[in-house]
Design a protein around this ligand. Structure first.
Ligand SMILES: [Cu+2]
Length: 344
């Protein structure tokens, strides 16, 4: 407690979110803890009252009828009351949980940005399917559906031919669930994928895995969802939305499902930028298909590499000079003295 500021203490350990959904969950959490504390205080008070005022007093010799205090079992109204009260408490908690859950899971038909997320061992691919631009135009970036084998490491048989990995006996005709878009950001062992998103806009994510189960997790969204291969056959709802990202900044993202050897290095970054910067970013990448994500970030005066995490680094230098890499300030990602769109 002494390590917390007043506002942190009132969150009862709940992290600070950057979406309205995260705020809703924080309120639910805070009020649930307050309700639990009220209940705790009543229980502590009753316990204290019992052991203080109903203990045996005096030291005289015991007579047979003094061995126990007066017994008051089978008080039917009292027992009904303390059975009913917990049901009321559970009903109230259930009610508010459903309200918040519905708001977190809400999907509206007019997301301003639709992002395709593809998880694979052990990185991420992000594609922009549609973007409603500030000038009223709609950018359409969908290219095609594809097979999970396109995102997997090639395997060869004895004859040197490429063989697809088994997909639990699934037929070929359902192996086309992955989305490929014109503008994509793909992470590699040397580069953390930076997913650029606008602040203040409803964003939809559609996610699928090319191999095993992963989980898309941005701690600041207070939200994670398993990324499944064959989402339809696995009965997963692989679309979800945030109604807004409330402030610009760099937010780390992680895989939250143990997915193999390099699971812990399957990090990415969400870079929330102003709508103006975001539109310029999309226009630049659409007009310059060979440009890297780093160049596109530089073009909108954003730090071109991830700030919140970095590619796996063993930090095993023997001379002691290697220090953790810092690429900037996660709360202020703009490059100073730079003009947005200057390279365009
Ligand atoms: Cu993973």
């Amino acid at each position: 407690m002494s390590g917390c500021s007043a506002s942190e203490a009132m969150r009862f350990g709940w992290p600070e979110g950057v979406t309205p959904e995260a705020e809703d969950m924080r309120h639910l959490w805070t009020w649930s803890v307050i309700a639990a504390l009220v209940m705790g205080i009543i229980v502590w008070a009753l316990t204290f009252w019992t052991i203080s005022f109903h203990r045996r007093k005096g030291t005289g010799k015991l007579s047979a009828d003094e061995e126990f205090p007066r017994q008051t079992a089978y008080n039917v109204p009292l027992e009904l009351t303390y059975t009913a009260i917990p049901f009321v408490i559970i009903a109230v908690l259930f009610y508010f949980t459903i309200i918040v859950q519905n708001s977190v899971e809400a999907k509206k038909s007019d997301p301003k940005v639709v992002v395709d997320i593809t998880a694979f061992q052990w990185n991420w691919k992000f594609g922009y399917r549609t973007v409603e631009m500030g000038n009223g135009q709609k950018y359409e970036g969908f290219l095609r559906n594809g097979s999970p084998y396109e995102e997997q490491l090639p395997r060869e048989n004895k004859e040197g031919e490429e063989v697809p990995l088994p997909a639990n006996g699934r037929d070929d005709d359902i192996r086309n669930y992955l989305k490929f878009d014109r503008i994509e950001t793909v992470g590699t062992s040397d580069e953390i994928p930076v997913l650029v998103l606008p602040v203040g806009e409803r964003i939809e994510f559609e996610q699928a895995s090319a191999d095993v189960i992963h989980s898309f997790w941005v701690p600041e969204f207070l939200f994670k969802r398993d990324v499944m291969p064959f989402p339809k056959q696995n009965h997963t709802d692989n679309r979800w939305q945030v109604s807004s990202i409330d402030r610009p900044g760099a937010f780390v993202g992680r895989c939250a499902e143990m997915c193999g050897t390099y699971h812990s290095m399957m990090n990415f970054e969400v870079r929330a930028v102003s709508k103006e910067k975001f539109d310029t970013y999309i226009s630049y990448r659409a007009a310059n298909p060979t440009a890297t994500n780093a160049q596109a970030l530089q073009n909108i005066c954003e730090t071109p590499v991830s700030i919140t995490t970095h590619p796996f680094d063993t930090r095993r230098s023997t001379d002691g000079t290697t220090t953790p890499q810092t690429n900037g300030d996660a709360n202020n990602t703009s490059i100073p003295g730079c003009t947005v769109g200057a390279q365009q």
